[in-house]
Design a protein around this ligand. Structure first.
Ligand code: GDP
Length: 472
């Protein structure tokens, strides 16, 4: 209806254009930017969007330089299963957390912060594994400053190690390698460094730029040095935040507690969250009723890089949702309602991620510049061959990026990476796991299967030339 009056045509004309594009819309339906552009084009109008999606960005208002203060780094620990992520998180927590009066019982709330021996603070996201990291990034959250990649020195660089490295690189997050289990007699840290070098990741001892530290998450050996290296990396990043404004943070975990109601763990990233503040996260809002730190101690406020458990939201937001404080309850409620409506409409609408069939349409409206691809195959040789050939398809208008490739089944983490990077997945002689398939359906990620390299190359080539015949 709104668009019809803007374009000065009847609502029926808009609806029939939509139908010809395969969209069945009602008079009150909200249209996305892309649809509006196409429809307007049909009536020879050009669209200019004056305001970007409100409130989604953490850094909306520029802070004055004098308001900025140093803030602690926020760290995520990733790596292959059984290489010691949980042990390292547990060791750091038990060794470094100054336990509250409550007998030092720490709760698992998804994040905690520690004080190093030199009195510096570091915040940890206590959700080991890159699935959580990438799921959050898929929701637009930029929360990790530094990634620690744990690699067991009695093992090798494993598939999930590679994935973790990949995920950190795609997100542009600096990495520190923690070579773990050096207390074991068969530990061979040099072998790990060599394997890293083979992946073009030269550690400092080998003349490269990546920091690495040999540690034992069991005895604690080297952990202090590792934390010092995290601080060094943080120093280079010059992490700063303005603590004197309304809080902005990211939801790390949320749940419904029988006694307390909805409980959300929030990592505050800027500003200070206080009791009584009106907060909004996703489509839920409310007043901050109470806050607890990770030792279960009540706190009245939480500043930048502080994880805190918050009570008072009207529902459970999703991990990765941005939490923001508003001046009035009315404002928060309006945005919450709007988001609720958009979410409901979007869940009924079509593809949010790229598919090969979509490329032609996006090319036509000039909004397509990069095709991100993930390749999984049964043998390394074909993965490499396919990847090399696809890279060669890049041209001036469209570049082809292989953001991840590997041997093995298509996993959930491949799908999450695809979702975070708007990529399609090509499976060469491999299938997705059941969970990956389910997730791909839910996230609307396209997985294409091939058994002949030539077919894959031809289809991608046709797609980026806008010539692919849609398949139904
Ligand atoms: P995750 O799957 O990466 O979280 O790995 P865990 O932290 O669960 O560790 C897997 C196993 O390795 C457990 O049995 C740990 O006790 C053991 N482990 C972890 N770190 C060390 C270490 O530094 N030295 C030794 N000897 N064992 C370790």
């Amino acid at each position: 209806n709104d668009l019809a009056s803007l374009l000065d045509v009847s609502v029926n004309e808009i609806i029939s254009v939509c139908m010809s594009l395969g969209m069945f819309v009602s008079i009150n339906q909200r249209l996305d930017a892309e649809a509006i552009t196409i429809i307007a084009d049909e009536f020879n109008y050009e669209v200019e969007f004056s305001k970007a999606d409100e409130d989604e960005d953490v850094e909306v208002v520029e802070d004055a330089p004098e308001d900025l203060e140093e803030r602690a780094p926020i760290v995520t620990i990733m790596g292959h299963v059984d290489h010691g992520k949980t042990s390292l998180l547990d060791y750091i927590r038990s060794a470094k957390v100054t336990s509250g009066e409550a007998g030092g019982i720490t709760q698992h709330i998804g994040a905690y912060d520690v004080m190093t021996d030199n009195g510096n603070k570091i915040a940890f996201l206590d959700t080991p594994g890159h699935e959580a990291f990438t799921a959050m990034r898929a929701r637009g959250a930029k929360i990790t400053d530094v990634a620690i990649i744990v690699i067991a020195a009695d093992d090798d660089i494993m598939p999930q190690t590679k994935e973790a490295i990949n995920h950190a690189q795609v997100a542009g997050v600096p990495m520190i390698f923690a070579i773990n289990k050096i207390d074991k007699p068969n530990a061979n840290p040099e072998k790990i460094k060599e394997q890293l070098a083979n992946m073009n990741l030269l550690v400092e001892d080998w003349g490269g730029k990546y920091q690495s530290q040999e540690i034992s998450a069991k005895t604690g050996q080297g952990v202090d040095d590792l934390l010092e290296k995290v601080l060094l990396e943080a120093e280079i990043l010059e992490l700063k935040a303005n603590a004197h404004k309304n809080a902005v943070g990211t939801v790390v975990e949320a749940s419904l507690d029988k006694g307390k109601g909805y409980v959300s763990t929030v990592m505050v990233q800027a500003g200070t969250l206080k009791i009584g503040d009106i907060m909004l996260a996703g489509e839920h809002y409310g007043r901050v009723k109470a806050m607890f730190d990770h030792t279960g101690k009540k706190v009245k406020e939480a500043g930048p890089s502080t994880p805190v458990q918050v009570l008072g939201l009207s529902g459970a937001p999703q991990a990765g949702d941005i939490l923001k404080v508003y001046g009035t309850e009315r404002e928060a409620r309006e945005i919450a309602n709007q988001r609720g409506q958009i979410n409901r409409e979007q869940s009924m609408r079509t593809k949010k991620h790229i598919t090969l069939d979509e490329i032609g349409r996006r090319l036509a409206i000039g909004s397509f510049k990069e095709l991100n691809i993930i390749i999984k195959g049964d043998v390394d040789g074909s993965v490499e061959a396919l990847s090399d050939s696809l890279l060669k398809l890049s041209k001036d208008e469209v570049s082809v990026n292989i953001i991840h490739k590997g041997v093995g089944q298509i996993s959930e983490s491949d799908v999450l990476l695809a979702s975070a990077s708007d990529a399609i997945i090509l499976g060469f002689q491999v299938r997705p796991s059941t969970n990956a398939k389910k997730l791909a359906e839910q996230e609307e990620i396209e997985i294409r299967h091939y058994s002949i390299i030539y077919d894959a190359i031809n289809q991608i080539k046709d797609a980026i030339e806008g010539m692919l015949e849609p398949t139904f």
